[in-house]
Write a protein that binds this ligand. Structure first.
Ligand code: AHR
Length: 314
C-alpha cells in the first residue's frame, strides 16, 4: 500500500465524506447464480456502508456497459464498479473516466487495458482456478484413459480464456487425458444443457469420462442433459466446475457432481474497503486484490456447504 499526493477526486471525496458517496455499478447481467449473488452482496455492502449505489444491468452487452459508464461519468459519481463482460475494447471509456478523475474498480473479470486506467481489480486468479479443477481430475482418474468435454464461459471473457488455459496447464503431458470437445455454453444453465446434449449426441458410442465446466450453472444444465440421456452424472461422467453455488453442493450431496472450485461472490467488500481508504486519504490499493480459490469435493460435507450459502442471494 502506498499513499500518494491526493488527486482532485480524492480531495473532493474527502470534502464530501460527510455526505453519502455515490458509486455506479455496471453489472454484466444475471447469467448465473453466482452473478445474482454478487449483485445482491454488492447492494447489501453499499447499504451497510451508506453508499448510494446506482445499478445498471448490461444484459450481457459490452455496448450497454460502455453507455452506463458514460452515464455515470456524466452524473459525476465518486467511483465506478465494472464487471467487464469481455476483456477487450475498454480503453476509450476508461480514459474518459480517468479524465473525469473518477476511479474505476474492476470486479471478478480482467480487461486487456493498461492498469493505469483503473484503480484496482478485485478477483481470483482465474488461471489457477482452471489448474485446481484440472489437477483434481488428473488426481482422480490416475492413469485411466479419460475423454473430457469442456463447457467454456462467454467467448472473449477473461474467465473463459484463463480457466481454459489453467485446466490445460494442469493436464499437460498426461497422455491418458484428452479434451475431445470444447464449446461455449455462455455461463448459463440453458447453454450448458444444450451444448451437453450436442456433445452426447456427437460422442454417442464413444465414452465421455469427464465434464469440465467453467461455471456451476453450466454443469447443472449438463447434469440435466446427462440424466435425460439415461446416464448417471457424477458416476458415468465425472463433473468438475467452478463457483461453489448452493445448487452444486446439493448436486454433490446427491452424487450428481464431484467437485467445484469456489469463487467468492463478495467482490464488493474488498472493493469498497479500497475505495473508502482512497476517498479518505488518497491511499492507493494494490492493482490486484486477490480472492481465494478453494476446492470442494463430495468428501467436504456438501449439505453443510449448501446451508452456509443458501441465503446469500444465489
Ligand atoms: O466472472 C465470473 C464468472 O462469471 C462466474 O464464474 C460465472 O458464474 C459468472 O457468470
Amino acid at each position: 500500500m502506498k499513499t500518494t499526493l491526493l488527486t482532485t477526486a480524492a480531495v473532493m471525496g474527502l470534502a464530501a465524506a460527510a455526505s453519502a458517496q455515490t458509486v455506479g455499478f455496471s453489472q454484466i447481467g444475471s447469467e448465473s447464480g453466482w452473478r445474482a449473488a454478487e449483485t445482491t452482496l454488492t447492494r447489501q455492502q453499499a447499504e451497510e456502508r451508506g453508499i448510494d449505489l446506482r445499478f445498471s444491468d448490461a444484459q450481457q452487452r459490452q455496448e450497454n456497459q460502455i453507455a452506463a459508464i458514460r452515464s455515470f461519468v456524466a452524473q459525476g459519481v465518486d467511483a465506478i464498479l465494472l464487471a467487464p463482460v469481455v476483456a477487450t475494447g475498454w480503453d476509450s471509456v476508461l480514459e474518459e473516466a480517468q479524465e473525469a478523475e473518477i476511479p474505476v474498480v474492476l470486479l471478478d473479470r480482467q480487461v486487456d487495458s493498461s492498469e493505469d486506467l483503473y484503480l484496482t481489480a478485485v478477483g481470483s486468479d482465474l488461471v489457477h482456478e482452471g489448474e485446481v479443477a484440472g489437477q483434481w481430475l488428473a488426481d482422480t482418474v490416475g492413469d485411466q484413459e479419460c475423454r473430457i468435454v469442456e463447457l467454456q464461459g462467454t467467448t472473449g471473457s477473461s474467465p473463459a480464456i484463463d480457466r481454459a488455459t489453467g485446466f490445460r496447464n494442469a493436464i499437460e503431458g498426461m497422455d491418458n487425458l484428452e479434451i475431445v470437445r470444447s464449446q461455449t455454453g455462455d455461463f448459463t444453465r440453458t447453454g450448458g444443457k444444450e451444448v451437453m446434449e450436442s456433445f452426447l449426441q456427437a460422442e454417442s458410442g464413444n465414452e465421455i469420462c469427464a465434464l469440465y465446466a467453467h461455471n456451476d450453472d453450466m454443469a447443472l444444465g449438463a447434469i440435466q442433459a446427462i440424466t435425460e440421456a439415461g446416464m448417471d452424472p457424477g458416476e458415468d461422467i465425472l463433473i468438475v466446475s467452478i463457483d461453489a453455488v448452493p445448487d452444486i453442493f446439493q448436486a454433490m450431496a446427491n452424487g450428481d457432481a464431484n467437485a467445484t472450485v469456489e469463487l467468492t461472490p463478495n467482490m464488493a467488500g474488498p472493493a469498497f474497503d479500497a475505495l473508502e481508504a482512497y476517498w479518505s486519504d488518497g491511499t492507493e490499493p494494490e492493482k490486484f486484490i486477490q480472492t481465494e480459490s478453494t476446492l470442494y469435493t463430495q468428501d467436504d460435507d456438501p449439505m453443510a456447504e449448501y446451508e452456509a450459502r443458501k441465503d446469500l442471494g444465489y
